[in-house]
Design a protein around this ligand. Structure first.
Ligand code: URA
Length: 469
């Protein structure tokens, strides 16, 4: 028996190095045992075999196998290493076996990979950070999470990406990870008691989730499947689930009535969407999710009726917007106003916001020159755009320019490739893409024709909005 030590339960690279040597030496799966450091195992085998010392010669397998194995290895099933090695031998002999969906071994390994992907999705969605006292220099956020599988390392990139500018720790029973804004560290598992529970921001989140909860779409079974009870303790908003479900029918009736009459600010009864929006706006005013807040004067949040059916998303505030704290009030905003009037759209009925909420610029003498936000800045700021959209739920959204289209669709695309046809935003909302008004200010050739084309786009959008009603 050959026994191989792996550094961690998700040690894909270690497994791959050993498995490559074993496969080249044609060692059958039943002659191999896998042991994870710290988990005990078969102590009688001969550790580090000839097969492994055969060296890391190349062994060619389809990319799909590597992807499958990388996911499946994070599963908590103790047999995963042996199953994957057995599959590797078969894939080496017959690469096409991977497409055989009826093969029991393929099915078993695919089920492992699927469970891991699902667990990752849950971790991305259900981790909730709580603010704790930092060690003297600023805020620190800590979350507790109990994954079913060994996914913490695999999930870490997502959190580094989303919360780059925060100091945070995610504690889990087997492994904890810590980010200090520059470096990711690991430490052993923790207990729930070490994680904080409850902080002042939770009230805001509770009100926000209560507001975006749509009673007409309530499907209790599906919800329980998607959000199993074991995660509830970590999520402030779940404290509301019982009462939201209980009141769903009444709220549904109220929603239908409410949708027939718009009450101006301050006159709504019960949970006011406007109050929630106001809280979000205050939260965003203190946003430090990316570096842009360092130089900008202030966060420029969206504005307009919180029950608007039409939402315009621009790129980022310009020089004048940055100073005024309001979206589209400078030259591009004035051109937008003129075009909206020509197309018969009343801007006061629309919600107008930007993909990025801080002004990005390069200082040239006394002038602040607009600089285009990059993909990371767009992604960080989508946090706010997502929340504005979940609250306002527009029937139709207009992306003004490529940055807005990127933020809404989640990928870079050219305006010309999608202009004039309905698209679907990442959150499922109907979206139309047209040029940014700044383009019309800059363009020198066919200026008037370009303007007329923009107005034509807006007319089509206005008609579509009417049809949706
Ligand atoms: N450009 C934008 O995209 N948004 C503004 O608010 C102003 C100019």
């Amino acid at each position: 028996m050959h026994v191989f030590d792996l550094a961690a339960p998700d040690d894909f690279d270690g497994w791959r190095d050993h498995a490559r040597g074993l496969a080249l030496a044609a060692i059958p799966p039943e002659k191999v045992s896998w042991r994870v450091a710290g988990e005990g195992g078969d102590l009688f085998g001969q550790s580090g075999s000839q097969a492994n010392r055969a060296g890391y010669q190349p062994l060619s397998v389809p990319r799909a196998f590597i992807d499958l194995a990388r996911s499946a290895i994070c599963h908590s099933d103790p047999e995963r290493f042996a199953l994957l090695y057995g599959l590797l031998l078969r894939v080496c002999a017959t690469p096409a076996i991977l497409t055989d969906k009826a093969d029991p071994l393929i099915r078993r390994v695919e089920a492992l990979a699927k469970a891991v992907r699902r667990d990752l999705h849950k971790m991305h969605a259900f981790v909730r950070f709580r603010e704790v006292e930092g060690a003297g220099e600023g805020m620190r956020f800590v979350a507790w999470f109990e994954p079913d599988h060994h996914i913490v390392r695999a999930a870490s990139g997502f959190f580094v990406d989303r919360f780059t500018t925060m100091d945070w720790s995610i504690l889990t029973p087997d492994l904890s990870i810590h980010w200090d804004g520059a470096r990711l560290r690991e430490s052993p598992g923790a207990t729930r008691a070490l994680a904080p529970s409850g902080d002042p921001v939770e009230d805001i989140w509770k009100r926000y989730y209560a507001a975006i909860f749509n009673p007409a779409r309530l499907k209790v079974k599906a919800m329980m499947k998607e959000m199993p009870r074991k995660y509830w303790a970590n999520m402030p908003e779940t404290a509301l689930i019982g009462s939201l479900i209980a009141g769903a029918r009444n709220r549904e009736v109220a929603m239908v009535e409410q949708s027939q009459k718009w009450l101006p600010d301050g006159q709504e009864e019960g949970l006011s969407t406007h109050a929630i929006w106001s809280d979000l706006r205050k939260e965003a005013a203190a946003c430090t999710r990316c570096v842009l807040h360092h130089c900008a004067t202030q966060t420029v949040f969206g504005e307009g009726p919180v029950d608007a059916r039409l939402m315009f998303v621009g790129e980022q505030p310009g020089d004048q917007e940055d100073l005024a704290g309001r979206a589209f009030v400078g030259p591009a905003g004035q051109l937008l106003d003129r075009a909206l009037a020509d197309a018969g759209i009343d801007r006061t009925h629309a919600y107008v916001t930007n993909a990025v909420k801080h002004f990005k610029f390069e200082q040239r003498g006394k002038t602040r020159l607009h600089a285009r936000p990059n993909a990371g800045e767009i992604r960080h700021c989508r946090w706010w755009l997502d929340r504005e959209r979940a609250l306002i739920k527009p029937s139709l959204t207009v992306a003004l320019g490529a940055t807005a289209a990127h933020a809404l669709m989640g990928r870079a695309l050219s305006v010309s490739s999608v202009r004039g046809t309905a698209q679907m935003a990442m959150d499922g909302g109907e979206t139309w893409v047209t040029v940014h008004p700044s383009f019309l200010l800059r363009v020198t050739e066919n200026k008037e024709a370009e303007y007329r084309r923009f107005v034509d786009d807006l007319r089509v959008i206005a008609r579509r909005l009417e049809a949706l009603a």
